[in-house]
Design a protein around this ligand. Structure first.
Ligand SMILES: Cc1cc2nc3c(=O)[nH]c(=O)nc-3n(C[C@H](O)[C@H](O)[C@H](O)COP(=O)(O)OP(=O)(O)OC[C@H]3O[C@@H](n4cnc5c(N)ncnc54)[C@H](O)[C@@H]3O)c2cc1C
Length: 428
């Protein structure tokens, strides 16, 4: 009998299934496990717990407070708090005394792996490639094998890096995404004076630039499209955007205006960590004292509009506010952003799901997806609704709050109260 013909009674059944075991679905799994005895499973394509592992360069830091772990904002007595991780793994005093402003990203990854290890039914090495709808809910499959049946789905598939058309088609060993820098570094280091360009002014761009500088490269050009290399606005009022009260306030605004508001709020989150910028400036200065010139040149306001190979060089043509400019580099590191991964709905389910103008799922305030033929079955989507739910829906700052909203909706009762009344800002 082929796997495809597995009798329904032999397919494991769950109340809900999450696709992807990144921080968003891990938070959901953690709260699910403390809220109910129903069964929940996560399927993850990676072979083990991981979180942007290819970008874990030495010294990189979180952009988010350690208090914003998988559970604490909603359930601080949960077993899977970051604090419990520190105490039970014996690193509490060492971490405290290291006086980090924000914790190393590697520590967060270790915490995620620790938490994942304590949760039931997380299946790794499992690439979900089909989700279909039957009479009794959803069936989730991989490689033709039916893995699970469930009443509800939670999509947490995350994002993947994008190579823009202007940088597509360059030789792969010479131009690559930042995730591939570590793998290429030793070959590149045969000539530390080779010119290297980093394209993209976000956190991934600065971390790639820093890594090249630390490895000893002496001619690094960092190109950013924005007019300046913005650092995150970490002021108290800017941080009030990352609160449940602001999420609720956004839902009161019409969609077109909401989009404008969210775009204008970008500097509160979609920018560089000030500590990383200070680190880069100081390391650049230190090397300048040795080389007599700065090894890193920051080039804001440069939008790469074309690229081509000319002999040993990759030629990058840039548009600038004043005039065009051309840069030559031996290697190009591409850090120009990420896009949502597709959800593997089968054709029937894809047909039923409502899409917005930008092709994205339409996500309701409770993170449920709008689709036809629900019949009591819900699909929830995490981290896919930035332009409707605000900047918190693209990062890890409010993970437990979002998970709690989903669970309250899934079980149709207030399992986790979400209180956020005490604040000085009236969002209108
Ligand atoms: C380098 C880096 C650093 C960041 N640092 C911060 C920070 O400090 N603070 C902050 O708030 N935000 C940060 N962000 C943003 C943050 O990563 C994301 O918001 C967060 O990872 C989203 O979590 P997620 O669980 O939705 O998605 P992901 O973390 O992307 O997890 C999704 C998971 O789904 C799996 N998957 C995808 N498709 C399938 C499939 N079909 N079948 C099975 N599994 C699948 C993937 O393998 C992946 O493990 C950072 C982003 C990057 C790239």
């Amino acid at each position: 009998m082929s796997d495809d013909e597995t009798p329904a009674s032999e397919i494991p059944s769950y109340h809900a299934v999450g696709i992807g075991a990144g921080p968003a679905n891990l938070s959901l799994a953690a709260l699910f496990s403390s809220a109910t005895t129903e069964r929940f499973a996560l399927f993850e394509r990676q072979p083990r717990p991981s979180w942007h592992d290819q970008l874990l360069h030495p010294g990189v830091r979180m952009q988010t407070s350690w208090l914003k772990d998988l559970v604490s904002l909603v359930d601080p007595r949960h077993e899977l708090t970051f604090l419990n991780y520190l105490v039970t793994t014996g690193r509490m005093f060492a971490l405290l005394n290291s006086q980090f402003d924000v914790i190393p990203r590697l520590e967060y990854v270790r915490y995620l792996a620790w938490a994942a290890g304590k949760l039931p039914n997380i299946f790794y090495n499992t690439d979900v490639d089909q989700i279909s709808l039957g009479d009794d809910g959803f069936t989730v499959s991989s490689g033709g094998r039916k893995l699970a049946r469930c009443d509800h789905l939670v999509i947490g598939v995350g994002t993947a890096p994008v190579i823009p058309p202007e940088l597509a088609g360059l030789p792969s060993g010479r131009a690559f995404i930042a995730d591939e820098l570590t793998g290429n570094l030793e070959a590149m280091a045969a000539d530390l004076d080779a010119p290297v360009a980093v394209v993209g002014s976000g956190q991934t761009g600065i971390e790639a630039t820093m890594k090249l500088l630390q490895r000893g490269f002496t001619d690094i050009t960092w190109l950013g499209r924005r007019l300046w290399f913005d650092t995150i606005d970490d002021s108290p009022c800017a941080n009030d955007v990352y609160r449940p009260a602001h999420m609720v306030a956004l839902q009161r605004i019409s969609l077109p205006i909401r989009r404008q508001v969210i775009t204008r709020l970008n500097p509160t989150g979609d920018a560089l960590t000030p500590g990383a910028m200070r680190g880069l400036y100081q390391a650049n200065y230190d090397r300048m004292l040795v080389l007599d010139r700065f090894p890193v040149t920051l080039c804001p306001g440069r939008e790469v509009v074309a690229s081509a190979v000319q002999g040993d060089d990759i030629v990058l043509t840039c548009r600038t506010p004043g005039h065009g400019q051309v840069y030559r580099a031996r290697y190009v590191v591409i850090a120009t952003g990420r896009e949502n991964l597709p959800v593997p709905f089968d054709p029937d389910l894809r047909e039923r799901v409502e899409l917005a103008e930008d092709g994205e799922l339409v996500v309701e305030p409770d993170f449920s997806v709008r689709w036809k033929g629900m019949n009591g079955h819900q699909i929830y989507a995490l981290n896919r609704a930035r332009m409707t739910h605000g900047l918190t829906d693209a990062n890890v700052t409010l993970l437990p709050v979002r998970a709690a909203i989903v669970l309250n909706s899934m079980f149709q009762r207030e399992i986790f109260p979400i209180r956020d009344e005490l604040g000085p800002v009236d969002w209108g």
